[in-house]
Design a protein around this ligand. Structure first.
Ligand SMILES: *Cc1c(COP(=O)(O)O)cnc(C)c1O
Length: 487
């Protein structure tokens, strides 16, 4: 069978309709007197003319042109595209949660407040911090929130000169971007030969102007920083604070806690680690947790409990303010809560164990064809590159990623982190079977062999997808987001 044809996008046929409405009983002159002239449509709107079944088939077919974790393996490094149990979607859709209104009086929403309160507590426990805000809507938003808290803390102590944020060269792009939004200067620090923060380089940039060091641990190479306790001490000795980018929490749950490593502020990506599917632009959540001394600066409201009732806490005079309308993306919080309750402490620990085991399994098997720039055990993800393949055949990482699409697999993250040439950043996650992992390894192995035998085939991939190589810069800069007749 042939693949879906992108050409049959245009389905409009004059006069075809997906509705039948009774004739309007409002006289035309009444309409004219009610609606100001400039707003009145004179002709028919220029919309596709299609039947209901055309619409249903059109959108169903479009949904099938996309790869998703419900269709196949999705090892996009740093993104934790793991399978999220559907039962948690069911929980978020329960009418008692889904139909709440944020202005309902507290006594009528005690259940929802209890859920938020307990989720705050669970995340605080997982992160080793003292109090959590569920407000931020994403990881990057959590970073901004956390850095504003750090800025407020320094200002409150009269330390107005602390305007420097240190970010390692392996950091996710949102880290320096969030730091820039707080008006701080960004100072990059290099990684050492083992992939961690170069402590000697860090020493050189640490001074009384440091507001914070931002770090994810394990970092984007999937490597746990062996010097983290020492790094934390060095930053604290200069009066700076430590920010933990918790997007990689999938690697460490139940094994280590950022709060214990010395971090003062932590964010979580509920849409990576805690059962909200993502990648389609849907709502996310990036709760932020802090150590005791930073609680006064948290956004308002948080949820409190006086032993009898749950309530929204607004009384926080030093707060940085409100970071999002109402209380955060509540539906995402419900899913995280259901996930954490279902797994329990032991279950979360096993999530991380299996994520790390799967990553090390895939990494070791790939070394038959691919190269490992930092030869260490990884955590939940790792970075390899096709150094030998490229030297011998000219086939590059991008070609390999595109060819993987022909094998029905979403490619890994490519060309990131920037410190690895031709990087392939792979995060298998804990939700894949050994068969799925083996299929992926063998596909990458076959592509390596294809590169030797028939490099053109790899360089011109993909060959089986509805569209081939896209002009990605054009798609980002000149997006076509609207249907226009004949366009
Ligand atoms: C995904 C990610 C972020 C940003 O999180 P968003 O929710 O996408 O804003 C930050 N750091 C790392 C390491 C990430 O993987």
């Amino acid at each position: 069978m042939k693949g879906p044809e992108p050409l049959i996008f245009e389905l409009s046929s004059p006069g075809r309709k997906a509705y039948s409405l009774p004739a309007s009983d409002v006289p035309e002159k009444d309409i004219r007197s009610l609606i100001p002239g400039g707003f009145l449509r004179e002709g028919e709107p220029d919309l596709p003319e299609v039947s209901e079944v055309d619409v249903v088939r059109h959108y169903t077919r479009l949904s099938q042109l996309n790869h998703g974790v419900d269709i196949g393996f999705y090892p996009l490094g740093s993104c934790t595209m793991k399978y999220s149990p559907k039962v948690n979607e069911w929980a978020a859709r329960l009418p008692g949660f889904a139909w709440l209104h944020p202005y309902q009086p507290e006594e009528l929403v005690q259940g929802a407040l209890q859920l938020m309160y307990e989720l705050q507590q669970y995340l605080a426990e997982i992160g080793g911090v003292d109090k959590v805000s569920l407000q931020p809507a994403a990881g990057a938003h959590g970073e901004l929130t956390g850095l504003l808290i750090i800025r407020a803390y320094h200002r409150h102590r009269g330390e107005l000169g602390r305007d420097k944020i240190i970010v390692p060269d392996s950091a996710h792009g949102t880290n320096p971007a969030s730091a820039a939004m707080t008006g701080c200067r960004i100072v990059e620090v290099k990684s050492d030969s083992r992939g961690g923060v170069d402590v000697g380089e860090l020493e050189k940039v640490l001074d009384e102007r440091v507001a914070a060091l931002m770090l994810t641990n394990p970092n984007t190479l999937g490597l746990f920083d062996e010097n983290i306790v020492r790094i934390a001490r060095m930053v604290h000795d200069k009066g700076g604070l430590l920010y933990y980018d918790g997007a990689n929490a999938n690697a460490i749950m139940g094994y280590s806690r950022p709060g214990d490593m010395g971090f003062d502020v932590v964010h979580f990506n509920l849409h990576k680690t805690f059962s909200t599917p993502h990648g389609g632009g849907g709502p996310g959540s990036g709760p932020v947790g802090v150590k005791e001394k930073l609680i006064p600066f948290l956004p308002v409201p948080t949820v409190g409990f006086d032993g009898e009732r749950y309530f929204l806490e607004y009384d926080r005079p030093l707060t940085i303010g409100q970071m999002k309308a109402f209380y955060g993306n509540f539906g995402v919080a419900v899913k995280a809560y259901a996930y954490i309750r279902a797994l329990g402490a032991e279950g979360l620990k096993r999530v991380s164990e299996n994520a790390v085991l799967n990553a090390n399994y895939v990494m070791r098997r790939l070394l038959e064809w691919y190269d490992l720039p930092y030869d260490r055990h990884c955590k939940h993800e790792f970075v390899v590159n096709p150094r030998r393949i490229k030297d011998r055949t000219g086939v590059k990482t991008l070609d390999i990623a595109k060819r993987l699409l022909d094998y029905g697999v979403h490619p890994p993250t490519v060309y990131f982190p920037l410190i690895v040439d031709e990087a392939l950043m792979i995060e298998p996650t804990e939700t894949e079977s050994q068969e799925a992992l083996d299929y992926f390894v063998e596909a990458l192995g076959k592509i390596a062999e294809e590169a030797e035998r028939d490099p053109e085939k790899v360089k011109t991939a993909p060959h089986t997808t509805p569209v081939g190589r896209l002009d990605e810069a054009g798609a980002a800069r000149r997006p076509v987001l609207r249907w226009r007749r004949g366009a």
